[in-house]
Structure formats: structure tokens, C-alpha cells
Design a protein around this ligand. Structure first.
Ligand code: MN
Length: 279
């Protein structure tokens, strides 16, 4: 995980071990790519990280500011209609199998201790889309589905926030804070079956989305195959796999919670953003 101003940590049950110095990360660097570098070089650090996790001093998770695990990926990719039931609720005539993917601005990423800030768009609905995020670990192009898992570092929770409407999708989904992610990355060894994960979203106490990744139209391996057929996937790249049925509007004052079994639980308040002054 990433916390307290760019520090890197290994999460245990209830606490985090700071491994910033152990992996040679500089929390103040710009651009903030320490986690991308760690993902790329993970094999070299795995032994030391395991040792730190076994007996390093921990800080309780509720005493740290949790930040987006990868704030500066080369790409934040997302799948449109990738659950049949979400396609039905949107009246969509296509799925991700034929429509492919789109990009979201990485600057929309925000961590678990942040907030979802709604732009001032009177009369417009802003929806939550709870999704399993795939984090790429090894560079590749033209990756066949049989080799897809060799290129996956891990998984996380991602809320693909969106203003409903007719403008270009990339604009409606790229407002700052429209990609809450985290609270951490579960490495792939901890998620043996990413195509069988229960995913739920609550707004305040109300269960809005309740699905399982087994119902993905393009499954996890297929997503890596699809995206890498077009472009080189790099360590730290993030792919949001699509959302199931149950999307709906959020309002300032509410709290949106996404939980994916075996991956994590991500919960952020919704606020009205300060007006943006156009210069
Ligand atoms: Mn989505």
C-alpha cells in the first residue's frame, strides 16, 4: 500500500509495515512512480518484504492516511459493458467483447482516505461503478490468454465514477477523484481465482451492487489479451474490468463502499467539490 505522503508499506491484519527505505523509495520524488518501480522489480524485493511483514514494526491502519496505490501509472484502462446485466440496465446494444476498452485520466485516481468530489453540474446524475482492478506486473504486447496471469501483479478495488450524459466518455469519467482505488493491491498469489470474486457496493447502508466476477463477459485473462493486442502493457498499468448491474446516483454527504472478497474494502465520502475557476 501507499500512505502518509508517498510511503510504501506491506499490509498485515490491522496494521502496516513501512518498507519505504527497505525498497529504496523516495516519497518526495516527482513523478511519484515508486510503486510502479516496486511492481516492476518486485521479485528482487520479495524476500526482504516477506521478512519485514513477518517481524517488522507496524502502525495501525486507522492511524495512517491511505493514498492511491499507484498514482502515476502509464495507463488507466477501463472496460465498458462487461457484465450482461449492466448492459441490460443501460439499454446497451453492445458489450466489451465487441466494443473494446477506453481510457480514463490517471489524474482521477484517489486513495482510500480521500473523498469523491462531485463537480458542480446541476441536474446531472453522477454514478458509482464498482469494479475489480487488474494491476499489470510484467511488460507485454500481444499476450495470449494462456499467458495472461504471468503479466498480472495483483488486484484492487476501483470505483469508476461517471457523469451520465452524451459528452465524450473520457471527459465524463476523468474528473479529479473519479477513480478511487485501493485501499491496497492484493498480490496475485493472494487471489487464486480472480474470476470468482464477490463484489458489492453500498451507498450509505443500501446495497446497490452485488455480483461475482465469474459473470464478466470478457474474463480477467481475456481482458489482458484484449488490451495487449492494441498496446504494450507496462508494470503498474491499471485495468478496471467493468461494472455489474446496480449503478446509480450519489449525493454529497453519502458514503460509497466497494468490497471485493479477498481483495479489499474501499470506502469514501462524497462531497461537493469547490467550484473550478476557468482562466
Ligand atoms: Mn466502468
Amino acid at each position: 500500500m501507499r500512505f502518509n505522503g508517498g510511503r510504501l508499506g506491506v499490509v498485515r491484519a490491522g496494521d502496516v509495515v513501512d518498507v519505504t527505505e527497505l525498497v529504496g523509495a523516495d516519497p518526495l520524488e516527482f513523478p511519484p512512480v515508486a510503486m510502479v518501480r516496486l511492481v516492476a522489480d518486485f521479485e528482487a524485493h520479495a524476500g526482504a518484504l516477506a521478512a519485514a511483514a513477518a517481524d517488522g514494526p507496524g502502525t495501525p491502519l486507522d492511524e495512517v492516511e491511505i493514498e492511491a496505490p499507484i498514482p502515476w501509472p502509464s495507463k488507466l484502462i477501463a472496460l465498458p459493458v462487461n457484465y450482461v446485466d449492466h448492459g441490460a440496465e443501460m439499454g446497451s446494444s453492445y458489450t466489451a467483447r465487441t466494443r473494446g476498452f477506453f481510457l480514463k485520466a490517471p489524474s482521477a485516481l484517489v486513495g482510500a482516505s480521500g473523498a469523491i468530489e462531485l463537480p458542480d453540474l446541476p441536474g446531472r446524475e453522477i454514478h458509482h461503478e464498482g469494479e475489480l482492478a487488474i494491476v499489470i506486473g510484467r511488460e507485454g504486447r500481444g499476450i495470449p490468454r494462456e499467458r495472461a496471469f504471468e503479466h498480472i501483479f495483483g488486484y484492487s478495488c476501483l470505483l469508476d465514477m461517471v457523469v451520465r450524459g452524451d459528452e465524450e466518455r473520457v471527459m465524463r469519467k476523468s474528473y479529479d477523484t473519479f477513480a478511487p482505488m485501493g485501499p491496497w493491491i492484493a498480490t496475485s498469489d493472494e487471489v487464486p481465482d480472480p474470476d470468482g470474486l464477490r463484489l458489492r457496493v453500498w451507498v450509505d447502508g443500501e446495497l446497490r451492487q452485488d455480483a461475482n466476477t465469474r459473470d464478466l463477459v470478457v474474463d480477467v485473462a481475456g481482458i489482458v489479451e484484449l488490451c495487449s493486442a492494441v498496446m504494450t502493457l507496462s508494470p503498474g498499468d491499471i485495468i478496471a474490468s467493468g461494472t455489474p448491474a446496480g449503478v446509480g446516483p450519489v449525493q454529497p454527504g453519502q458514503t460509497v463502499t466497494l468490497e471485493i472478497d479477498g481483495v479489499g474494502r474501499l470506502s469514501l465520502p462524497v462531497r461537493q467539490a469547490a467550484a473550478v475557476r476557468l482562466t
